[in-house]
Design a protein around this ligand. Structure first.
Ligand SMILES: [Mg+2]
Length: 245
């Protein structure tokens, strides 16, 4: 017998959206992307094995991004962070020359840029929410120029009443000031605002503590990671689910 559809609360007057891996696919399948970058690297050194090197880079990246302080510095200057990650991996697998490091960093960055795309239901969902007079905010961490470039490339600004980029503000998620500023800009209280994003700390755990209804975006459908303490109010695999209920 089919189970009854899960009941969700009615849509609120205001919603805050994360950008990367929420509205656009930006960082999915990192290990595969590193492997692909190595396999297709022009003038790749003969002894650079794509499996071994991509595994080492993936490990170095996980180490790098696991620390909140390094994470903040790194996301505001991703190219320097990426060079550091590759350098750490190269030390592990046997150092390659600096020009190889630079070339791989640039090649990976270009592949990432090409891969980045709107999720197919993103624009239709934003439009459907706007049609219901819901105030929408975009609140994204990272470098000003890179995040602005993504917003322009995908013509997203027109959907939002408020856009907030960490690199422009000087504060970002999970700093409380970031959420407070966004709420003030939308003119709504935390009790009638939802937040949606893929980062369990920034868009679920901290916002819930502040009183948000928090939706975890799980675009690949991997489910919550083992050991997490996060308890999202709702999990969204497709954005369109928001306006289907
Ligand atoms: Mg994100």
């Amino acid at each position: 017998m089919p189970s009854p559809a899960q009941k969700h609360p009615p849509l609120p007057p205001a919603i805050l959206f994360d950008l990367d891996d929420t509205l656009i696919s930006a960082h999915t399948h990192p290990r595969e992307t590193w492997k692909h970058a190595i396999e297709t690297l022009p003038e790749r050194p003969e002894h650079m094995d794509p499996d071994v090197t991509s595994t080492a880079i993936h490990k170095a990246a996980k180490w790098f991004w696991s620390d909140p302080v390094r994470h903040k510095t790194g996301r505001l200057d991703i190219l320097t962070a990426r060079r550091g990650i590759i350098g750490r991996a190269f030390e592990e697998v046997g150092a390659f020359e600096d020009h190889v490091l630079e070339a791989l960093g640039a090649h990976f960055t270009e592949i990432r840029r090409e891969q980045t795309a709107l999720y197919p239901d993103a624009v239709a969902t934003l439009e459907a929410l706007r049609d219901r007079d819901i105030r929408l905010g975009l609140i994204t961490n990272g470098n000003k120029a890179e995040q602005r470039a993504k917003i322009e490339r995908f013509d997203l600004a027109k959907h939002f009443d408020h856009i907030q980029i960490e690199g422009e503000m000087g504060f970002g998620k999970p700093e409380e000031e970031a959420y407070a500023h966004a709420l003030k800009s939308l003119g709504h209280d935390v009790s009638d605002t939802w937040i949606i994003g893929d980062n369990l700390d920034w868009e679920v755990i901290v916002p819930q503590r502040l009183g948000f209804y928090s939706i975890w975006r799980d675009p690949v459908g991997t489910g919550l990671p083992d050991g997490t303490t996060a308890k999202p109010d709702r999990i969204l695999t497709r954005l369109a689910e928001l306006t289907e209920t």
